[in-house]
Design a protein around this ligand. Sequence first.
Ligand SMILES: Cc1cc2nc3c(=O)[nH]c(=O)nc-3n(C[C@H](O)[C@H](O)[C@H](O)COP(=O)(O)OP(=O)(O)OC[C@H]3O[C@@H](n4cnc5c(N)ncnc54)[C@H](O)[C@@H]3O)c2cc1C
Length: 454
Amino acid sequence: MDQKIVDQLTELLGQDKASTSEGDMYRHSRDESSHPPVEPDVVVFPDSKEEIVGILSIARENDLPVTPFGAGSGLDGHAIPIKKGISINFERMNRILSFNPEDLTVTVQPGITRKQLNKSINRHGLQFPVDPGADASIGGMVATNASGTTAVRYGSMRDQVLSLEVILADGTVINTGSRAKKSSSGYNLNGLFVGSEGTLGIITAITLKLHGIPEHTVTARCTFKTPGKCAEAAQSILMSGIHVLRMELVDAPSIRQVNLTGEHSFPEEHSLFLEFSGTEASAEEDARLTKELVLEHGGENWERANSTAESKELWRARHELAYSFRHLKGMANSGGDVCVPISQLAEMVVFARELIDKSGLLGGVFGHVGDGNFHTLVVYDPNNPDQVAASARINDLVARKAIEVGGTCTGEHGVGLGKMKYQELEHGPALAVMKSIKQVLDPENRLNPGKIFS
Ligand SMILES: Cc1cc2nc3c(=O)[nH]c(=O)nc-3n(C[C@H](O)[C@H](O)[C@H](O)COP(=O)(O)OP(=O)(O)OC[C@H]3O[C@@H](n4cnc5c(N)ncnc54)[C@H](O)[C@@H]3O)c2cc1C
């Protein structure tokens, strides 16, 4: 990159806030996916929205693309600057701007991570419950409409955002909502910017709903003969109106993998991991009713955690699960995160499991089945073309079938680079509407170009 542009950025931001160091180039060239890395031309570390307005002005002047970078935990290449240009890192913008416990709201800068936020607010008896496993930034979570294990109870980021401060490509600063819990005023711009993956604007402040920390939780697990039976039981628990906090399918190969790598000793069978919360009486009653339903559906080995340590071990295992497949030496992995109507879930998880079994590859089917959302994770040798093709085929067939049965190719990770090919199939003529919104808000295609649409 022209040194003059780095000098311009340094003049705007001050020393050490515009970097072309090898370490910064490496870190901002990738995320947690297997997509090939691409280094930006320069990484900037702004402190304020005014600085971001200035960065955008320099980008326009020099015709450079701009890609926001949160914690880099995305799973589909969203933050990879495939057209190079400026990567904006928000780690210096990690402050709580206003905390209103009496309203159950907080306004934060985008770089704060969900764990940092919870550390500050938990002592007030409040929590921000969306939990994608990784310690992602709130800005990145908004931009991907993240969710995770607690979505069955609290929903996804789109359900948590009350307002956003967004800087558009031309430097205009807008606010998309208010601190009121609901609104019928105008178009739903919160909904538009949540999940926009950095392609429509740069998010500089986020007002979120908060929730009380429940008095009591009960954690339990049980096993089933097939993943389809797990899904049928999950559907029946939901239909009974029981308030589940978490409900995760972990199939037998995934349990085996996490036992192997994490020194756990769970029964190596298709399992549901469950959690209930509320008052002591309500959480215990929900757990009791669920146990009855599980047994009616052929469930076995119902075990509840008898201590906080046992509960933590179970959720630690669940959170380590993806890593237990992902970090096998010399191997690569590919994955999907489809979401389907709950009535289609049993058929879908059986379909996915059979595809992996037939391929002979190592892989797991697991996920947030309380929402109809599950992951396929397939491990392959990147130097073996047959394995590369087999793994891609599995994810492709699962994504296409999910759309066919009325679902989506991505329940929580976002489109990024890998799911652009399903957008036409999933959205039909609505895709043209999305493209025209992008055209109006970012006519020069400056913001995270090459994502969501090619
Ligand atoms: C082990 C593991 C488990 C995971 N499990 C889940 C899960 O259960 N559920 C789930 O939803 N996700 C999960 N993820 C994926 C990931 O954690 C989420 O996608 C997360 O929301 C990404 O946040 P990030 O801060 O890392 O963002 P990044 O990966 O850095 O960026 C993601 C996108 O956000 C954009 N962006 C970042 N900040 C801004 C901003 N201020 N303004 C505009 N755009 C911005 C980027 O340009 C990019 O398009 C998992 C990841 C890992 C590694």
